[in-house]
Design a protein around this ligand. Structure first.
Ligand code: NAD
Length: 296
């Protein structure tokens, strides 16, 4: 069993850290929020007072932070992980951040002699609690194989996406597809309503026809057809529209730097930005149908 320092134990990191403790690992948790740390202590972790405290004398350091600037600061800052960790400690960043920062931080880790992977997740808070996340992992073969047994205690699928930063690349490409597909389903159901076509009928037909996709069959944005979808609980997330907006912005920044043409990704970003600016970013991202339909 490993000793682990877990930094950033919010909505996602908290239950991930608790699952590692439940699996028998020794987990020190640190967060700027004491309340977040206290929750993990109730779940079997111990409290660390600082980043230094969490990173000192452990085999593995895991981070689950909001954005690239937090990740760069926590690893590269004066009292950061690189300045504190024991030689050869494994580092795993599970945050969703921009590809360039992920690659720069991993390059710096390798310079210091630390194996490191980027390992963003799909599956949301439910997946973090149930230990069923999907990890998209970027890094050297050696670093990924070291990280695999740890990630397996938090997720059901661990997919090596390629070299450093490729986990982040996979995450933003996947979520750009998701954002666009949700809009396509939302527009189709809005048009169906105006044409007098029952939502359940459209679902029954399209879920067996060529319009079929996850946003329709697992996460339908109208109440009824998929009882577990957020549409049936007043669009309580789930996956908040502001989180979708964050990922669409990351995709657009990456596309612009890489010279990739992503016109629908760009349109999706504008629409989710509009939803957020109207004060609805805390709703599930599938509530975009209410904006398309003129209800919010
Ligand atoms: P969150 O805001 O609940 O948690 C982030 C935590 O990081 C907070 O508790 C914050 O206090 C802490 N933090 C920030 N700076 C810190 C620092 N310098 N030192 C220590 N702690 C610090 O967010 P979350 O929902 O847990 O998301 C975390 C990451 O996971 C994000 O990158 C997000 O995009 C990604 N993600 C979230 C979901 C989801 O459904 N919530 C799904 C997939 C991926």
């Amino acid at each position: 069993m490993a000793s682990i320092g877990f930094i950033g134990v919010g909505n996602m990191g908290g239950p991930m850290a608790v699952n590692l403790a439940k699996a028998g690992h020794t987990v020190k948790a640190f967060d700027l929020s004491k309340e977040a740390v206290d929750k993990t202590v109730a779940g079997g972790c111990t409290a660390a007072e600082t980043v230094t405290d969490a990173a000192r004398d452990v085999d593995v350091i895991i981070t689950m932070l909001p954005a690239g600037k937090h990740v760069a600061h926590v690893y590269e800052g004066t009292d950061g992980v690189f300045a504190t960790a024991r030689p050869g400690a494994l580092m795993i960043d599970c945050s969703t951040i921009d590809v360039d920062t992920a690659r720069a931080v991993i390059a710096a880790a390798e310079k210091h002699g630390f194996p490191m992977v980027d390992a963003p997740v799909s599956g949301g808070v439910g997946g973090a609690e149930a230990g069923t996340l999907t990890f998209m992992v970027g890094g050297s073969d050696e670093a990924v194989e070291k990280a695999r047994p740890i990630l397996e205690k938090m997720g059901k699928a661990i997919i090596h996406a390629g070299g450093p930063g490729n986990g982040q690349a996979a995450k933003i490409c996947n979520n750009m597809m998701l954002g666009i597909q949700m809009l396509s389903v939302a527009e189709a159901f809005t048009l169906a309503k105006r044409l007098g076509l029952d939502a359940q009928k459209l679902f029954d037909i399209s879920s067996k026809a060529s319009g079929q996709c996850w946003s329709l069959t697992s996460y339908c944005p109208v109440p009824g057809p998929v009882p577990t979808s957020p549409a049936n609980r007043d669009y309580k997330p789930g996956f908040a529209a502001d989180m979708m907006l964050k990922d669409l912005k990351l995709a657009q920044e990456a596309a612009s730097r890489a010279g990739a043409s992503t016109p629908l990704g760009s349109a999706a970003e504008s629409l989710y930005q509009m939803m957020s600016s109207k004060g609805n970013g805390g709703l599930d991202f599938s509530a975009i149908i209410k904006m398309i339909d003129g209800e919010i």
